[in-house]
Design a protein. Sequence first.
Length: 188
Amino acid sequence: MFVGGAVFSWFSLTGFGLRLIMLIVALGGVLSIIRVIDYNCRSGIAGGYTMKKRPWHMWPIVLFVAFMYVMGIYDFFMMLSHNVDYYADHNYGQAVVEYFTDYPIYFMVFWIANLLAGVLAPITLPFNLKWGKNLAWISSVAGLILLLLTFIFRNRLSVLGAGIAAFDIFILLMTVGLYLYSRRMEKR
């Protein structure tokens, strides 16, 4: 049986309610950062830069994508720390534990690039459409490469199952959708 390392021991919290609270706090932090940046831009503290008014539909999109990627970062730490409770909550068997044991660094580079660019894209999008668009593109490409490589070389479909594969493809399509949305907003 695997036990999470000391570095990741604070991630061993169990229960859906506790995880939901952690995610809400993380999203609250993101919203606070957005409000501070917006205030600084409007008051001239940020070097006279003024933020353009963004359409209402940008905010639900930004919040949803940020939420999904915060969950992805949480999943990243749970999987790589071999958190026994997390594996049990998701009914993952020994094959999944072995899949993430000694996970190759070249796959991890794409996974980290996907997560970092994916969480930063919706945060930067309201302030700088070009940066948000570029980060969404980086996340999309990294996610696509990761999925292709792991489906072909790591037998991802048979180890993780069709449900996880469908969810991963949904996340990829969501990120491509964010890129296309960002591109359209930039051309407005």
